[in-house]
Design a protein around this ligand. Structure first.
Ligand code: GLU
Length: 301
């Protein structure tokens, strides 16, 4: 765990340096997109809805990742930054909640449904793939982005060129995170279940790959691109993406009104240019990360 936190700090420091350099050059905003904060009048949200309650409270609790450069990374100032964080700030802003009034909670992959079920958080925005199993326990708004699973190795390691080579190389171990879709999906490609090593957060996988305890890390391409970019040439991606991971916004089960509200907020973020601005100042800064178009929302259920 110590290694993981040390690495988080190192990545955050590297990210902070990049931002300072960018700010100095005046070439890009870098960092965070400024979320407009609406001032909804009291009658805007129907009494008793989540929107009315949150708006009235002036604060909300949001689960994000703390170890994923570009999407959710804990900054040196103790607040997270990244595309997910900016999207969260926009949704809060639509409820009249300032970014500074949001309470952030780390939402590791395996804990996301539980955090929503037990009321620890009001919302989860954490590279969270929409799937049927999860949708039995929580409600998803979105998607707001579609990623795809890929594999990262130490630069120059050409043992495998994609998931199909894993079974022929049983000593080649691959790391992913417990409770994530990539950890589940990779199993079908393995010679033996022990070829998969699981940790609670991606930082630990990345540290294990750096020290040679595992040979690869698998998760969504955009998460891996962040690690590649921060590695200074030490890591690279192999092969193409081999799944589709539509990212949703997790809400307590059955909150259809809030889901529709969040989908409306996403549409207005795309319309007013915030979505693009947020992307360009976060994950979009990494090489190979292309500006997405906001996908059509799924029906809220
Ligand atoms: N999108 C995948 C998932 O929701 C992997 C990323 C993650 O673990 O957050 O499981």
């Amino acid at each position: 765990m110590r290694t993981a936190r040390t690495r988080s700090t190192a990545v955050a420091a590297a990210a902070a340096t990049t931002l300072l350099v960018l700010a100095a050059c005046g070439s890009d905003d870098g960092g965070e997109a400024e979320a407009p904060v609406e001032t909804p009048d009291a009658s805007e949200f129907e009494a008793g809805t989540t929107m009315a309650d949150l708006s009235e409270a002036g604060t909300m609790t949001i689960g994000v990742k703390y170890d994923q450069p570009g999407f959710g990374l804990l900054g040196l100032d103790g607040t997270p930054e990244g595309f997910d964080v900016d999207i969260a700030a926009y949704i809060a802003g639509q409820l009249g909640i300032e970014r500074d009034s949001i309470e952030w909670v780390e939402a590791p992959s395996a804990q996301r449904e539980t955090l929503l079920e037990n009321g620890t958080v009001d919302m989860v925005i954490a590279t969270y793939t929409i799937n049927d199993e999860r949708a039995e326990r929580i409600t998803f708004a979105g998607p707001y982005y579609v990623a795809g699973q890929q594999i990262m190795v130490n630069a120059g390691d050409d043992t495998i060129s994609g998931p199909d080579d894993l079974a022929d190389n049983p000593d080649f171990t691959i790391c992913s995170v417990t409770g994530s879709t990539p950890a589940e999906n990779i199993r079908q490609y393995l010679a033996d279940p022990s070829q998969l090593v699981e940790f609670a957060v991606y930082d630990d996988c990345v540290s294990a790959m750096e020290t040679g305890q595992v040979q690869a890390v698998t998760t969504d391409n955009v998460i891996l691109l962040g690690y590649v970019a921060e590695s200074d040439g030490a890591f690279e991606l192999v092969g193409e993406q081999f799944t589709e991971e539509p990212y949703g916004i997790g809400l307590p089960n059955g909150d259809v009104e809030m889901c529709e509200f969040v989908n409306g907020a996403l549409a207005s973020a795309a319309e007013d240019g915030y979505y693009e601005e947020a992307w360009n100042s976060t994950a979009g800064q990494y090489e190979g990360a292309e500006l997405p178009a906001l996908p059509d929302p799924d029906p809220c259920a």
